[in-house]
Design a protein around this ligand. Structure first.
Ligand SMILES: Nc1nc2c(ncn2[C@@H]2O[C@H](COP(=O)(O)OP(=O)(O)O)[C@@H](O)[C@H]2O)c(=O)[nH]1
Ligand SMILES: [Mg+2]
Length: 329
Protein backbone atom coordinates (compact mmCIF):
# COMPACT_ATOMS: atom_id res chain seq x y z
CA UNK A 1 0.00 0.00 0.00
CA UNK A 2 1.66 3.23 -1.16
CA UNK A 3 1.10 6.36 0.86
CA UNK A 4 1.50 9.98 -0.19
CA UNK A 5 4.76 11.30 1.27
CA UNK A 6 3.13 14.70 1.89
CA UNK A 7 -0.01 13.84 3.84
CA UNK A 8 0.07 10.08 4.44
CA UNK A 9 -3.15 9.34 2.48
CA UNK A 10 -3.23 5.98 0.71
CA UNK A 11 -2.53 6.68 -2.98
CA UNK A 12 -5.22 5.78 -5.51
CA UNK A 13 -5.99 6.70 -9.12
CA UNK A 14 -9.68 5.81 -9.31
CA UNK A 15 -11.53 8.75 -7.81
CA UNK A 16 -10.44 12.39 -8.23
CA UNK A 17 -12.77 13.53 -5.48
CA UNK A 18 -11.29 11.24 -2.84
CA UNK A 19 -8.10 11.74 -0.83
CA UNK A 20 -4.83 10.28 -2.05
CA UNK A 21 -5.74 10.73 -5.74
CA UNK A 22 -2.76 10.63 -8.06
CA UNK A 23 -2.75 11.00 -11.86
CA UNK A 24 0.51 9.38 -12.78
CA UNK A 25 3.07 7.41 -10.91
CA UNK A 26 4.89 9.08 -8.08
CA UNK A 27 4.59 9.51 -4.37
CA UNK A 28 2.82 12.86 -3.91
CA UNK A 29 -0.98 13.08 -4.20
CA UNK A 30 -2.68 15.72 -6.33
CA UNK A 31 -3.83 17.75 -3.32
CA UNK A 32 -0.32 17.94 -1.79
CA UNK A 33 1.13 18.76 -5.22
CA UNK A 34 -1.27 21.69 -5.54
CA UNK A 35 -0.62 22.97 -2.01
CA UNK A 36 3.12 22.71 -2.50
CA UNK A 37 3.47 24.23 -5.95
CA UNK A 38 0.51 26.58 -6.30
CA UNK A 39 -0.46 27.36 -2.68
CA UNK A 40 -3.85 26.03 -3.69
CA UNK A 41 -5.61 24.80 -0.59
CA UNK A 42 -8.48 22.40 -0.57
CA UNK A 43 -10.33 21.92 2.68
CA UNK A 44 -11.01 18.32 3.58
CA UNK A 45 -13.60 17.72 6.20
CA UNK A 46 -12.74 15.25 8.84
CA UNK A 47 -14.01 14.44 12.28
CA UNK A 48 -12.27 13.27 15.41
CA UNK A 49 -13.83 9.84 14.93
CA UNK A 50 -10.99 9.22 12.51
CA UNK A 51 -8.28 10.65 14.76
CA UNK A 52 -9.10 9.29 18.19
CA UNK A 53 -8.38 5.65 17.22
CA UNK A 54 -4.91 6.85 16.18
CA UNK A 55 -4.36 8.21 19.70
CA UNK A 56 -5.56 4.91 21.16
CA UNK A 57 -3.04 3.02 19.04
CA UNK A 58 -0.29 5.34 20.26
CA UNK A 59 -1.41 4.73 23.83
CA UNK A 60 -0.81 1.00 23.32
CA UNK A 61 2.80 1.56 22.25
CA UNK A 62 4.01 3.34 25.44
CA UNK A 63 6.44 5.27 23.23
CA UNK A 64 7.35 8.89 23.89
CA UNK A 65 4.79 11.43 22.69
CA UNK A 66 5.92 14.87 21.63
CA UNK A 67 2.84 17.02 22.28
CA UNK A 68 2.95 20.15 20.14
CA UNK A 69 0.88 23.17 21.18
CA UNK A 70 0.56 26.44 19.28
CA UNK A 71 1.38 29.26 21.70
CA UNK A 72 -0.84 31.65 19.81
CA UNK A 73 -3.76 29.23 19.91
CA UNK A 74 -3.50 27.48 23.23
CA UNK A 75 -6.53 25.22 23.68
CA UNK A 76 -8.96 25.66 26.55
CA UNK A 77 -8.07 22.23 27.89
CA UNK A 78 -6.27 19.09 26.83
CA UNK A 79 -8.95 16.58 27.84
CA UNK A 80 -9.32 15.02 24.42
CA UNK A 81 -5.62 14.18 24.45
CA UNK A 82 -5.16 13.20 28.08
CA UNK A 83 -8.33 11.06 28.01
CA UNK A 84 -6.88 8.97 25.22
CA UNK A 85 -3.17 8.67 25.90
CA UNK A 86 -1.08 7.90 28.96
CA UNK A 87 2.29 7.91 27.25
CA UNK A 88 5.13 10.01 28.61
CA UNK A 89 4.86 13.48 27.12
CA UNK A 90 7.50 15.95 26.02
CA UNK A 91 5.63 19.24 25.74
CA UNK A 92 6.65 21.44 22.82
CA UNK A 93 5.25 24.97 22.64
CA UNK A 94 5.73 26.32 19.17
CA UNK A 95 5.26 29.54 17.13
CA UNK A 96 7.13 31.59 19.76
CA UNK A 97 7.92 34.07 16.99
CA UNK A 98 4.28 35.24 16.90
CA UNK A 99 3.95 36.19 20.57
CA UNK A 100 5.54 39.51 21.54
CA UNK A 101 9.11 39.25 22.82
CA UNK A 102 8.06 41.15 25.93
CA UNK A 103 6.30 38.03 27.26
CA UNK A 104 8.62 36.00 29.45
CA UNK A 105 9.00 32.28 28.74
CA UNK A 106 8.70 31.71 32.49
CA UNK A 107 5.21 33.23 32.35
CA UNK A 108 4.25 30.92 29.54
CA UNK A 109 5.43 27.88 31.50
CA UNK A 110 3.53 28.98 34.59
CA UNK A 111 0.44 29.39 32.50
CA UNK A 112 0.81 25.93 30.99
CA UNK A 113 0.83 24.43 34.47
CA UNK A 114 -2.88 25.29 34.67
CA UNK A 115 -3.51 22.40 32.29
CA UNK A 116 -2.52 19.92 35.00
CA UNK A 117 -0.77 17.89 32.36
CA UNK A 118 1.86 15.35 33.35
CA UNK A 119 4.90 15.85 31.21
CA UNK A 120 8.54 14.85 31.56
CA UNK A 121 9.91 18.08 30.15
CA UNK A 122 8.89 21.15 28.18
CA UNK A 123 10.45 23.39 25.58
CA UNK A 124 9.53 26.52 23.64
CA UNK A 125 10.46 26.59 19.96
CA UNK A 126 9.81 28.43 16.73
CA UNK A 127 10.03 26.57 13.44
CA UNK A 128 9.89 29.82 11.52
CA UNK A 129 13.01 31.11 13.31
CA UNK A 130 14.59 27.67 13.77
CA UNK A 131 14.71 28.55 17.47
CA UNK A 132 15.74 25.94 20.08
CA UNK A 133 15.96 22.97 17.69
CA UNK A 134 19.29 21.61 19.01
CA UNK A 135 17.77 21.45 22.47
CA UNK A 136 14.58 19.93 21.08
CA UNK A 137 16.48 17.05 19.44
CA UNK A 138 18.53 16.58 22.60
CA UNK A 139 15.37 16.27 24.69
CA UNK A 140 13.69 13.89 22.24
CA UNK A 141 16.75 11.64 22.36
CA UNK A 142 16.95 11.86 26.13
CA UNK A 143 13.35 10.83 26.81
CA UNK A 144 12.52 8.45 23.96
CA UNK A 145 11.54 4.93 25.05
CA UNK A 146 12.30 3.22 21.77
CA UNK A 147 13.19 4.26 18.24
CA UNK A 148 9.66 5.50 17.70
CA UNK A 149 8.53 8.94 18.83
CA UNK A 150 4.98 10.13 18.06
CA UNK A 151 4.25 13.77 17.30
CA UNK A 152 0.75 14.60 18.48
CA UNK A 153 -1.40 17.72 18.89
CA UNK A 154 -4.27 19.73 17.55
CA UNK A 155 -4.50 20.28 13.84
CA UNK A 156 -2.55 23.33 12.65
CA UNK A 157 -0.36 23.39 15.77
CA UNK A 158 2.77 23.22 13.61
CA UNK A 159 3.68 19.53 13.97
CA UNK A 160 4.55 18.84 10.35
CA UNK A 161 6.45 22.13 10.00
CA UNK A 162 8.52 21.23 13.09
CA UNK A 163 9.31 17.78 11.66
CA UNK A 164 10.34 19.32 8.32
CA UNK A 165 12.81 21.53 10.20
CA UNK A 166 14.20 18.55 12.09
CA UNK A 167 14.64 16.78 8.72
CA UNK A 168 16.43 19.80 7.22
CA UNK A 169 18.64 20.36 10.25
CA UNK A 170 19.69 16.85 11.15
CA UNK A 171 19.22 14.43 8.25
CA UNK A 172 19.88 13.98 4.56
CA UNK A 173 16.36 12.75 3.88
CA UNK A 174 14.79 14.08 0.71
CA UNK A 175 11.35 14.42 2.21
CA UNK A 176 9.01 17.27 2.95
CA UNK A 177 5.68 16.78 4.69
CA UNK A 178 2.87 18.97 3.38
CA UNK A 179 1.97 21.85 5.68
CA UNK A 180 -0.73 24.46 5.20
CA UNK A 181 -2.80 27.17 6.79
CA UNK A 182 -5.88 24.95 6.77
CA UNK A 183 -6.80 22.26 9.26
CA UNK A 184 -6.50 18.53 8.47
CA UNK A 185 -3.53 18.77 6.12
CA UNK A 186 -1.87 15.61 7.39
CA UNK A 187 -4.31 12.74 6.81
CA UNK A 188 -2.52 9.69 8.09
CA UNK A 189 0.47 8.77 10.22
CA UNK A 190 3.72 9.49 8.36
CA UNK A 191 6.97 7.74 9.31
CA UNK A 192 10.10 9.85 9.17
CA UNK A 193 13.33 7.90 9.77
CA UNK A 194 15.25 10.94 11.04
CA UNK A 195 18.32 9.21 12.46
CA UNK A 196 19.45 5.55 12.63
CA UNK A 197 17.88 5.22 16.05
CA UNK A 198 15.04 7.73 15.78
CA UNK A 199 11.82 7.46 13.80
CA UNK A 200 9.41 10.39 14.11
CA UNK A 201 5.77 9.59 13.45
CA UNK A 202 3.78 12.60 12.32
CA UNK A 203 0.06 12.24 13.01
CA UNK A 204 -3.03 14.02 11.72
CA UNK A 205 -4.05 16.64 14.24
CA UNK A 206 -6.96 16.40 16.59
CA UNK A 207 -9.71 18.81 15.62
CA UNK A 208 -10.85 21.41 18.07
CA UNK A 209 -14.44 22.31 17.33
CA UNK A 210 -15.24 25.97 16.98
CA UNK A 211 -11.92 27.01 15.42
CA UNK A 212 -12.64 30.09 13.31
CA UNK A 213 -10.35 28.80 10.56
CA UNK A 214 -12.98 26.25 9.62
CA UNK A 215 -15.57 28.96 8.96
CA UNK A 216 -13.72 31.57 6.92
CA UNK A 217 -12.81 31.69 3.26
CA UNK A 218 -9.17 31.34 2.23
CA UNK A 219 -8.53 35.07 1.80
CA UNK A 220 -9.72 35.86 5.34
CA UNK A 221 -7.80 32.90 6.73
CA UNK A 222 -4.62 34.36 5.26
CA UNK A 223 -5.41 37.63 6.99
CA UNK A 224 -6.05 36.20 10.46
CA UNK A 225 -2.83 34.18 10.60
CA UNK A 226 -0.03 36.36 11.98
CA UNK A 227 3.09 36.21 9.86
CA UNK A 228 5.38 37.87 12.35
CA UNK A 229 5.54 39.11 15.91
CA UNK A 230 2.22 40.59 16.92
CA UNK A 231 2.16 44.25 17.78
CA UNK A 232 -0.63 44.44 20.35
CA UNK A 233 -3.21 47.21 20.06
CA UNK A 234 -4.37 48.86 23.30
CA UNK A 235 -7.52 50.90 23.87
CA UNK A 236 -8.52 52.86 26.93
CA UNK A 237 -12.26 52.69 27.05
CA UNK A 238 -14.42 55.12 28.98
CA UNK A 239 -18.04 55.16 27.87
CA UNK A 240 -19.64 52.44 25.82
CA UNK A 241 -17.66 51.81 22.66
CA UNK A 242 -17.50 49.15 20.00
CA UNK A 243 -14.32 47.62 18.62
CA UNK A 244 -14.67 46.29 15.09
CA UNK A 245 -12.40 43.43 14.12
CA UNK A 246 -12.48 43.42 10.32
CA UNK A 247 -15.69 41.84 9.05
CA UNK A 248 -15.29 39.04 11.52
CA UNK A 249 -16.68 40.23 14.83
CA UNK A 250 -17.23 43.20 17.07
CA UNK A 251 -16.96 43.82 20.75
CA UNK A 252 -18.98 46.19 22.91
CA UNK A 253 -17.15 47.39 26.01
CA UNK A 254 -17.19 50.17 28.56
CA UNK A 255 -14.93 51.46 31.31
CA UNK A 256 -11.85 49.28 30.94
CA UNK A 257 -8.50 48.98 29.22
CA UNK A 258 -8.05 46.26 26.69
CA UNK A 259 -5.29 44.98 24.45
CA UNK A 260 -5.86 43.00 21.30
CA UNK A 261 -3.40 40.26 20.33
CA UNK A 262 -4.30 39.38 16.76
CA UNK A 263 -2.79 39.43 13.30
CA UNK A 264 -1.76 42.95 12.36
CA UNK A 265 -3.16 42.38 8.87
CA UNK A 266 -6.64 42.71 10.33
CA UNK A 267 -8.44 46.00 10.10
CA UNK A 268 -9.24 46.86 13.73
CA UNK A 269 -10.92 50.10 14.72
CA UNK A 270 -13.15 51.55 17.38
CA UNK A 271 -16.41 53.37 16.90
CA UNK A 272 -18.52 55.31 19.32
CA UNK A 273 -21.89 54.43 17.91
CA UNK A 274 -24.12 51.48 18.68
CA UNK A 275 -23.75 48.62 16.22
CA UNK A 276 -26.61 46.23 15.68
CA UNK A 277 -25.65 42.81 16.97
CA UNK A 278 -26.62 39.59 15.26
CA UNK A 279 -25.14 37.02 17.60
CA UNK A 280 -24.62 38.93 20.78
CA UNK A 281 -22.80 36.95 23.45
CA UNK A 282 -22.59 38.23 26.98
CA UNK A 283 -19.22 37.58 28.57
CA UNK A 284 -18.81 38.34 32.24
CA UNK A 285 -15.26 39.17 33.25
CA UNK A 286 -15.05 38.53 36.97
CA UNK A 287 -11.33 38.99 37.53
CA UNK A 288 -8.92 41.67 36.43
CA UNK A 289 -6.37 40.70 33.79
CA UNK A 290 -8.48 38.17 31.87
CA UNK A 291 -8.01 37.05 28.25
CA UNK A 292 -11.04 36.52 26.07
CA UNK A 293 -9.86 33.91 23.59
CA UNK A 294 -11.52 33.60 20.19
CA UNK A 295 -10.32 30.24 19.00
CA UNK A 296 -8.14 30.58 15.91
CA UNK A 297 -8.27 34.38 15.86
CA UNK A 298 -6.30 35.41 18.94
CA UNK A 299 -7.14 36.96 22.27
CA UNK A 300 -8.14 40.19 23.96
CA UNK A 301 -6.66 41.04 27.34
CA UNK A 302 -9.20 42.83 29.51
CA UNK A 303 -7.85 44.68 32.51
CA UNK A 304 -10.91 45.25 34.71
CA UNK A 305 -13.89 43.11 35.73
CA UNK A 306 -17.09 43.95 33.89
CA UNK A 307 -19.38 42.74 31.15
CA UNK A 308 -18.61 42.75 27.45
CA UNK A 309 -20.74 41.80 24.47
CA UNK A 310 -19.22 39.94 21.57
CA UNK A 311 -20.96 39.71 18.23
CA UNK A 312 -19.56 36.67 16.48
CA UNK A 313 -20.87 33.64 14.61
CA UNK A 314 -22.35 31.30 17.18
CA UNK A 315 -20.29 28.35 15.93
CA UNK A 316 -17.00 29.94 16.97
CA UNK A 317 -15.59 28.89 20.34
CA UNK A 318 -14.91 31.71 22.79
CA UNK A 319 -13.56 31.23 26.32
CA UNK A 320 -11.87 33.22 29.05
CA UNK A 321 -8.64 32.50 30.92
CA UNK A 322 -6.27 34.23 33.29
CA UNK A 323 -4.25 36.41 30.95
CA UNK A 324 -1.19 34.90 29.35
CA UNK A 325 0.34 38.36 29.63
CA UNK A 326 1.44 39.88 32.91
CA UNK A 327 2.23 38.35 36.26
CA UNK A 328 1.26 34.71 36.81
CA UNK A 329 0.73 33.58 40.39
N1 LIG B 1 4.76 31.83 12.67
C1 LIG B 1 4.90 30.50 12.71
N2 LIG B 1 4.09 29.72 11.96
C2 LIG B 1 4.25 28.39 12.02
C3 LIG B 1 5.24 27.78 12.85
N3 LIG B 1 5.15 26.44 12.71
C4 LIG B 1 4.13 26.22 11.84
N4 LIG B 1 3.58 27.38 11.42
C5 LIG B 1 2.45 27.55 10.50
O1 LIG B 1 1.29 26.93 11.04
C6 LIG B 1 0.47 26.35 10.02
C7 LIG B 1 0.17 24.90 10.33
O2 LIG B 1 1.38 24.16 10.29
P1 LIG B 1 1.40 22.59 10.06
O3 LIG B 1 2.80 22.15 10.27
O4 LIG B 1 0.72 22.21 8.78
O5 LIG B 1 0.49 22.12 11.30
P2 LIG B 1 0.05 20.63 11.73
O6 LIG B 1 -1.39 20.52 11.33
O7 LIG B 1 0.22 20.58 13.21
O8 LIG B 1 0.94 19.66 11.02
C8 LIG B 1 1.22 26.55 8.72
O9 LIG B 1 0.68 27.68 8.07
C9 LIG B 1 2.67 26.82 9.18
O10 LIG B 1 3.39 27.63 8.28
C10 LIG B 1 6.13 28.65 13.62
O11 LIG B 1 7.02 28.25 14.36
N5 LIG B 1 5.89 30.00 13.51
MG1 LIG C 1 0.45 18.15 9.79
Amino acid sequence: MNKCIGCGAVLQSNDVSKEGYIKNNGNLCERCFRIKHYNEYKQVSKTNEVFIPILKDINNTKDLVVLVLDLFNLPENLDIITNNINNEILLVLTKRDILPKSIYDENIFKYIDNYKLNYVDKIIISSLKNYNFDLLLEKINKYKKSKNVYVVGFTNAGKSTMINHLIKNYSNLDLEITTSILTSTTLNTIEVPLLDDLILLDTPGILESGNIIDYLDNSLIKKIIPKKEIKPITYQIKNKQTILIDNICNLEVSNTNLTIYMSNSLNIKRVYKEIKKENKRKIVIDKKNTDVVILGLGFIRIMKPGTIYLDIDEKIKVFTRKSLIGKQN
